[in-house]
Ligand binder design. Sequence first.
Ligand SMILES: Cc1ncc(COP(=O)(O)O)c(C=O)c1O
Length: 391
Amino acid sequence: MSQQFLKPSSLLSKVSPFRVMTVMKRADELEQQGRKIVHMEVGEPDFSTAQPIIDAGKAALDKGLTQYTSAPGITALRDCLSKQYKEKYGVDVDRERILITPGASGGLTLLANLLVNPGDGILIGDPAYPCVRNFIQLMAAEPQLVPVGLEENFQPNLELLKQHRNSASKGIWLASPNNPTGTILERSELESICNWAKSNGLHVLVDEIYHGLHYVDDLPCALEIDQTCFIVNSFSKYYGMTGWRLGWIVVPEQFIEQANILAQNLYISASSIAQYAALAAFTEEASKIFEERRDSFRQRRDYLMEALSELGFGLSRNIEGAFYIYADISNFSDDSEEFCHDMLENHGLAITPGTDFGDFEAKKHVRIAFTTDMENLHLAVSRLRSALGKS
Ligand SMILES: Cc1ncc(COP(=O)(O)O)c(C=O)c1O
């Protein structure tokens, strides 16, 4: 058969590319031409992995720990996580319920396969991390977008979920803190969502990848509220291990066996070296580094929130986690893609259009990541000031 008849799966037709990648690529090209670009598009900490983790990774290599591990991951790492759930959140999570995955991305893929049937509806906030929508589409299911704006603190609430639920709805996928908005789900809201979901036979998945990177005292883990929730988490953000590709999920007891079967089939095991390296993330030395970094992110957030408000951006006052500001640009433009294009091409500032994260008011928002140091943030603000004619 001629090659021209070969076609990718029709399920891919709805899967959208990640615009932030296009921004990054163009920013790289401009840098190659000698331009200084301030990178505020990337959703990854600018710090490299903490030294104790790097040392543990090197030691694992030297010891030849380079084979597959068991599908759910090495016992020692799952035990560290189990202990952490007890110490940080006061919840008992048996090691068997924890599976180590290749990043939260691997965890989301596994959970999509575990929980979603073709034709199912999954309620998700709009805006949200874009891959979530795509994982659901790839299961031939339907992301049921729940539009959330500043008034809703950019998080779905019970009222909205009730409005958007229909007979196809099978689950609710949440993220707290959220990407791209940095807002969290308050304990009481999470409680009412979980209770309602339970009494209506909907599963609840909560992406907690930005836990640790929060700037508020009470950030509940969904397991504190309901042990039947499905949790996605990762070593990428708070632990600064994006490139190691390591995350984890927590599943209710009755799903352990099927989750293991999926892990065996989807990826065999997460990287062995990354798993041994991550053991060092639970040392005091590493914790100290993470907490210092969290403080830096908090300082950056405080600086940027004030500077952006002064410039006329519309912001939530509740950016309580992650490292993103989802800024309303209505005072300057009604097209976030055009705005981001202009900022990059003409002012050397890389930021991401809201259209990467959903449909609702996406043209009037941009995501600004404070994943760069204070010096660059000052430069970014002065570039914005002159771009917006405020100097
Ligand atoms: C909310 C959310 N979930 C999951 C991921 C994927 O992260 P990982 O690097 O662990 O695959 C990201 C990455 O930015 C994210 O923001």
